[in-house]
Design a binder for this molecule. Sequence first.
Ligand SMILES: C[S@@+](CC[C@H](N)C(=O)[O-])C[C@H]1O[C@@H](n2cnc3c(N)ncnc32)[C@H](O)[C@@H]1O
Length: 259
Amino acid sequence: MTKQETIESLRARYRSRDADLLIADLLGAPVSHVVAHGERRIDASRIHEAMRRRLAGEPLQYIRGKTEFFGRDFFVDDRVLIPRPETELLVETAIETIERGARVADIGTGSGCIAVTLAEERPDLRVVATDASVAALAVARRNGATALVASDVLSAFVRDFDWIVSNPPYIPAADLEQLATEVRDHEPLAALTPGPRGTEAIEKILDEAGRARVILEIGFGQEQAVRELAAARHFAVDEVRNDLAGVPRVIVLSRHGWK
Ligand SMILES: C[S@@+](CC[C@H](N)C(=O)[O-])C[C@H]1O[C@@H](n2cnc3c(N)ncnc32)[C@H](O)[C@@H]1O
């Protein structure tokens, strides 16, 4: 039997924006409705269960089963990284930079947020979403990615792409313990770190890029290391874009002689 309680009593108990959002989700209504209709009686057990998970440290986005990216809702659960606002800069750069009709690989697609947004915003592009995690690809499919390939970087592909876009795992393994427990204990490890250097996935992408030009999201303080890795592999840095905090976040690379 469901336990009915008023919205007002639930709000008084939890006093948090998270609870308001969860109640709004349950009702399929905006938060303004939750605030304005305190007298309404709802199934409280669902809210208690969701708040129990939240108070135990689970990210709100996994509990809600959604997050917003580039103005669209994406389904998320603990099989994929929760899309971050910084990654919108990568998508913006790709939308502005990639030429019409290009063949593009999104390496490490996770939720599919990059591949799906790019395909929506630039329907002229042929976008393939790839990930080493088959579980992540199932989420990307649910979010509308249509061309999906399980692959360790580009090992499953024979033909070259024109462009590679990627938000790879880039946190050095030793830095994991400094992350918020909400991230460290809940988001997939393979989405966070590629190994001790933090640049292992980037190195592999550049090693396998062939003639493709590359747009990468990079970590805090990683610009110099990525410049050196790129130079050693005969890539020129075409552009570096800073995020809203002024941190170099997106780097555009092309191979010498292939431009
Ligand atoms: C930082 S997450 C990015 C997810 C999504 N693109 C985003 O921006 O929110 C990195 C993704 O790369 C995938 N990944 C890690 N190592 C990989 C590899 N060697 N080859 C392909 N994908 C890999 C992980 O499974 C994860 O989904």
